[in-house]
Design a protein around this ligand. Structure first.
Ligand SMILES: NC(=O)c1ccc[n+]([C@@H]2O[C@H](COP(=O)([O-])OP(=O)(O)OC[C@H]3O[C@@H](n4cnc5c(N)ncnc54)[C@H](OP(=O)(O)O)[C@@H]3O)[C@@H](O)[C@H]2O)c1
Length: 97
């Protein structure tokens, strides 16, 4: 997709909030002074060409999520997240939520 310059939209950017309960994400976020949602969204935004539209019906969480736009992750933080959440080794079927 990237090679063909086709934009990608995250299917479910914070996994309908389930991802936010992952202990390794919670610990990463706490350690780096952000919320789990901000860490997850900042990772998506770090790809540069991935669109993320997290759903929320709550103004406070909307503001929290928007702050992820200002939270550029360092190469070390990105490596840490890749270690905590290893990328798939190859193509996988899309999980149906
Ligand atoms: N998943 C699909 O099947 C699917 C299919 C087509 C299109 N999309 C589109 O993808 C976008 C969203 O994906 P999604 O609906 O799968 O879910 P998502 O955006 O991954 O997660 C939304 C859930 O996370 C909660 N949430 C949002 N921000 C939060 C925060 N900072 N802290 C804690 N909880 C937070 C929301 O609750 P509150 O509202 O209570 O904050 C909501 O329950 C939408 O634009 C949707 O239309 C999804």
């Amino acid at each position: 997709m990237r090679n063909r310059r086709i934009p990608v939209m995250a299917y479910s950017p914070i996994e309908q909030s389930r991802l936010l309960h992952a202990p390794q994400l919670r610990e990463f976020a706490r350690h780096h002074g952000m919320t789990p949602a901000q860490a997850a969204l900042a990772w998506l935004l770090s790809r540069g060409d991935v669109i993320a539209i997290p759903k929320t019906g709550c103004r406070k969480r909307l503001a929290e999520n928007m702050q992820a736009l200002e939270m550029a992750l360092s190469p070390a933080q990105l490596s840490e997240l890749d270690r905590l959440f290893p990328p798939p080794a190859g193509p996988r079927p899309l999980e149906m939520l």
